[in-house]
Design a protein around this ligand. Structure first.
Ligand SMILES: Nc1ncnc2c1ncn2[C@@H]1O[C@H](COP(=O)(O)OP(=O)(O)O)[C@@H](O)[C@H]1O
Ligand SMILES: O=c1ccn([C@@H]2O[C@H](COP(=O)(O)O)[C@@H](O)[C@H]2O)c(=O)[nH]1
Length: 220
């Protein structure tokens, strides 16, 4: 199994790129994982306390669980991923069963910034977009999909999203093998990415196998 990591700022277009590449490769060949699912559970805190949390720092994530899951998939074992509710900022009791496939796409703001996560990634992608574009998309999406308001989203952006972006996300760009400019709008980059992964998977893992013998890291 090869692991593709897609990092970039909030609203850059990571999910859009990840979903497009997954579609191109065929859902039967790809297991899609979002780092967002691994936000730590905050249900023990009051809503007021949860609203003040820094959700853009590496410590906000249960990276230990994410790393364990990536290793399990690599060894050909299925995983049960947690379900995170953005509206309540806590984990629900639901989980989702994921089977190993020949390609895993891991997408999230800090997948290249957290050393132990990054070290498990074979192809490192950074999706780039201008800060104003990311902010506009973030405001629209948080109001539409994440039960937020304009005021709450802007406050969070200024207090944690932007400073953490500058401190952790932007500096992680240096670890990328490929930087995709203009986020989700860049069809040519997405096509090239899918083409390359397809070619690499076929030549290095014999197609849809999932066991550890075909681990890209071991073939290099
Ligand atoms: N090219 C685009 N044009 C307009 N809206 C876009 C484009 N790409 C992404 N979006 C929208 O912007 C928001 C953030 O995109 P998304 O792919 O979820 O980014 P990320 O995963 O990096 O936060 C989503 O609501 C998405 O539909
Ligand atoms: O409960 C939460 C948890 C996280 N966030 C914000 O989400 C983004 C990361 O997700 P993207 O899909 O990459 O935008 C991060 O900036 C957090 O601030 C949230 O709003 N609520």
């Amino acid at each position: 199994m090869i692991i593709i990591g897609i990092a970039g700022g909030s609203g850059a277009g990571k999910t859009t790129v990840a979903r497009t590449v997954a579609e191109r490769l065929g859902e039967e060949n790809v297991v899609y994982i979002s780092q967002d699912w691994y936000y730590k559970d905050r249900s023990h805190l009051s809503l007021e306390e949860r609203e003040k949390l820094n959700l853009d720092h590496p410590n906000a994530f249960d990276s230990k669980l994410l790393i364990a899951h990536l290793k399990q998939l690599r060894q050909g074992h299925p995983i049960e991923v947690p379900h995170y509710n953005f509206s309540t900022q806590s984990r629900t009791t639901k989980t989702m069963h994921l089977e190993p496939k020949s390609v895993a796409i891991l997408e999230g703001i800090l997948v290249l910034a957290i050393t132990e996560v990054r070290s498990l990634i074979d192809f490192k992608i950074f999706v780039d977009a201008e800060p104003d574009i990311r902010l506009i998309r973030r405001i629209e999406r948080d109001i539409r999909e994440r039960n937020s308001t304009y005021e709450k989203t802007v406050k969070r952006y200024l207090t944690t999203v932007k400073p953490m972006h500058d401190a952790f996300i932007e500096p992680s760009k240096i670890f990328a093998d490929i930087i995709v400019p203009r986020g989700g709008e860049n069809e040519i980059a997405t096509d090239m990415l899918a083409e390359f992964v397809e070619h690499y998977t076929v030549h290095h893992s014999g197609g849809t196998t999932t066991n550890n013998e075909n681990n890209l890291a071991e073939t290099q």
